[in-house]
Design a binder for this molecule. Sequence first.
Ligand code: SAM
Ligand code: SF4
Length: 333
Amino acid sequence: MFGKKTNMNNGLVDRFGRVHDYLRLSITNHCNFACTYCKPDDKNCEKSGSLLLAEELIELSKAFVQAGIKKIRLTGGEPLLHKDFERIIEEISRLPVELAVTTNGYFLDKYFNTLKRNGVQKLNISLDSLKRERFKTITQRNAFDRVLANLILAIKLGFEVKLNAVIMKGVNEDEIIDFARITNNYNLTVRFIEFMPFKTNNWNLGKTFSRSNILETLQKTFHLISMDPVAGQTAEYYKIPDAKGKIGLISTLSHPFCDECNRIRVMADGKMKNCLFGNKEYDLITPYRQGKNLFDVIHESLASKNAMHGGNHPMHKNSNAPNQNRDMFSIGG
Ligand code: SAM
Ligand code: SF4
């Protein structure tokens, strides 16, 4: 799988000494939603012919685990939309790796048993509004009731749920307090995510609602207790006193966690990204199909990893310049 020459025991370390043990594997770029901040053009999707087969997703996962990956998150597009999702989960869960899923929640009720049976505990579920009509405007789908019901069921079934809400100025920043209040009664983590720029998502600085804005909004209403950071953690966590759940802030733009980055991304077309914001991609599937040494490509990609934001930091932080990085539904988050 890796060819004859392997350095597997050295792990996946970049030139800054960061150990990469977390793979985010996008198993499809298809999605049943079209969230305006992620996939504003409903039809903007690559043809399925260029996507990896289930077998290839499984074999690539095995290869990465051999190379040092300890956690795999399946994402997309919408991963539960993959026709072979059950098989993929079953095969990857046999590997010595922690398995997690990021989903829009729509199909969860179909897969709760599969997820439980295969030891998947961690579910990140996206929900950007608690208002039915606004949810419809953001996702371009009339699916609020089903997603909310599945999210509540996931908590009741004992999954470790993180609710991900992308906060955008003028869109949903007025719901921050309502989102935070959910943690009073439910054992989940509500995470507020800064709106990030990608190729076609019409991002500009004026639409962002930064970490400091979010924190200030929360602190006007709650006495937040700050929680101790855990190594490799990308969010900062808080708690409302006596609340059952937690609050997290993911501030990739204003408070980057690049120093701690342990992530590799592989997308549904077999390309690897060493950074969410890096434009450069490394083709894994062509050498894999040719029986070539995949490990060399992975190392070449890691060797070129920049210290921060894929080397694009100023553009992301300060300007409204167009972004050439592919869209989030295609990267997987
Ligand atoms: N379809 C699944 C979902 O929505 O959870 C998985 C894929 S989605 C691309 C993964 C995560 O990326 C979601 O939590 C979504 O909110 C987040 N996301 C997408 N576009 C984003 C953007 N422009 N800025 C910040 N987060 C974004
Ligand atoms: Fe689909 Fe998830 Fe992107 Fe929404 S955020 S369009 S659900 S991939």
